[in-house]
Design a protein around this ligand. Sequence first.
Ligand code: PMV
Length: 365
Amino acid sequence: MNYHNPSLTVISSEIIPGAIRWRSPSNIALVKYWGKHGNQLPQNASVSFTLSGAATDTTLRYKSRQEAGESVEVALLLDGTPNSGFTERTKAFLEKLLPVYPFLKQLSFTIETSNSFPHSAGIASSASGMSALALCLVSLEEELFEPFADRAEFLAKASYLSRLGSGSACRSVYGGAAVWGKLPGLDGSSDEYAVSVTESLHEVFKNYHDDILLISKSEKSVSSRAGHGLMEGNPYATARYAQANRRTDEMLSVLKHGNVERFGEILESEALTLHALMMSSHPPYILIRPNTLQVIERIHRYRADTGNPLYFTLDAGPNLHLLYPHAVAAEVKQFIREELLYFCEDKMYLADRVGKGPERLEVNE
Ligand code: PMV
């Protein structure tokens, strides 16, 4: 799909100022995207659950600009306070979108954004943040030009724009589960945007839990962007990309049939493989912390002792996501409180679930 459209321009003087607001959630990859090429294209397919509680709420305010400039005019407020770092990043993202949306330089934007989780929690907000902004932009396109033929087209475009901001963000525009990356066995799948696989999700996964254990809230020593870059010289890269494609295929079958044990085996192997790739990069680096391993050992012991299907995964950082079915929620939460919180910074964890996806909200005046 080529979304570049030089004809999407406006007559600035005819634009009535307006505002659009979306809340978009974060997602947790079950099979990981790690390694990219070209313009934010993935080296392998990935599949994720979209979360419910961890989300970004973004309001995009727009008005006409007397004369179109060469660059985009934008100011960003995080939790009501101007934030120059986020403003620069957002400006760079919007300028990257100019071939898709030339009208962006004819308007002036103020973006108000806030996260449902504390900014200092050590949780990446790029997936929820970029998808919330992309959804606002596609709604703006509908307001200024024509509505999309259907919701699927609307969401595919929002996913495409999100991807250009942050790869994994493209999976957040759908509730339930989403796949990003071309898979021969999955009709409609693409490297350019994610597709929903929620319809074929087994009942047990529809309300699956994901409790996020905050092992450390410190800034990561190596960013995801740098990590993706280091995959280029990684000696295991080719084998990894093939493995991830096979696993995404298998995970789709597991998600359909509800096999929570096989789900967990793939989940944990994916987490450890991701971090093994970091440790085998040049230069090598380690993002897990001693307490990450303490918790992993206890989860393994808990599983052996109780038989409960509690499994973990990791993002590109030390924090653990604990995934389990609703049927064992009371027991698992007791285990987390009694045995795992000790290993978390400030004894913090965020209780989350598989969610229904982004929501358009009324704008607060
Ligand atoms: O979307 P990025 O560039 O921040 O990369 C995120 C990669 C992982 O979170 C580690 C895996 C994934 O697929 O989300």
